[in-house]
Write a protein that binds this ligand. Structure first.
Ligand code: FES
Length: 224
């Protein structure tokens, strides 16, 4: 974990792919699924979790949402990378990305490593970003079963409150036919510094903190 300065370099109008480019030390760049806590030095009470949406020169692309007050040139105090990100198996050949209830930007951070491993990638979402790489096939939510039957690894982005619906859609207590990990989105105000418990996620054997035990969890851990 590192502490350092960064700067919001540019904002994007179509934030489906990424909301902004942030300049910072390579030591601060969060891996896919990890996050930074960022504060703009204003009197805003809390730092904001920032996720990677992809690589960029001298920093990284950041996924939305970002505070509206952040404009190009905004200096940021950064702490991270924090939490547990995705761990893509080296053997992955058919990667499915499922943006369950939001834009897929946080999942798209996985693209460079998946393509480097030679994996085919299919994104399942309701609205795909416009400037997506041609190497990614996009499918609507109604094709999910078909995509699950094809994939050998599934990466999901879902809000904590949406997990019951996700579990039901993925077969309830039945075994999922594919290895899966879920980025659980929730407020993470203290980033494990104060053990506030706001980010608690229900798992098989009790509760885990998304800020330090996640925010990426194995599917089997989440499944009750
Ligand atoms: S954000 Fe405070 S314990 Fe996780």
């Amino acid at each position: 974990m590192h502490i350092g300065q960064g700067q919001l370099f540019e904002l994007y109008y179509d934030d489906g792919r990424a909301a902004a480019r942030i300049l910072c030390s390579p030591l601060l760049v969060p891996a896919p699924g990890q996050y930074l806590l960022a504060h703009d030095g204003s009197d805003a009470p809390l730092a904001v979790p920032v996720f990677q949406a992809g690589p960029a020169a001298d920093g990284f692309l950041a996924a939305s949402p970002l505070p509206r007050a952040w404009t190009p040139g905004t200096a940021l105090h950064l702490r991270g990378p924090l939490g547990r990100g995705f761990s893509l198996p080296a053997t992955v050949r058919r990667l499915a990305l499922l943006a369950w209830d939001d834009m897929p930007a946080r999942l798209l951070a996985l693209l460079p490593s998946a393509l480097r491993l030679g994996a085919a990638v299919t994104l399942v979402c309701e609205s795909a970003p416009r400037d997506l790489s041609a190497e990614v096939e996009v499918q609507p939510m109604k094709a999910l079963d078909e995509v699950l039957a094809w994939a050998d690894f599934l990466a999901v982005d879902a809000e904590r409150e949406s997990l019951p619906g996700l579990k039901e859609r993925l077969g309830g207590r039945n075994q999922l036919s594919v290895e899966a990990q879920v980025l659980v989105r929730t407020a993470m105000p203290c980033g494990a510094l104060a053990e506030c418990g706001v980010c608690a996620v229900r798992v098989r054997n009790g509760w885990r903190m998304a800020c330090k035990d996640g925010p990426v969890f194995d599917w089997n851990e989440l499944k009750e």
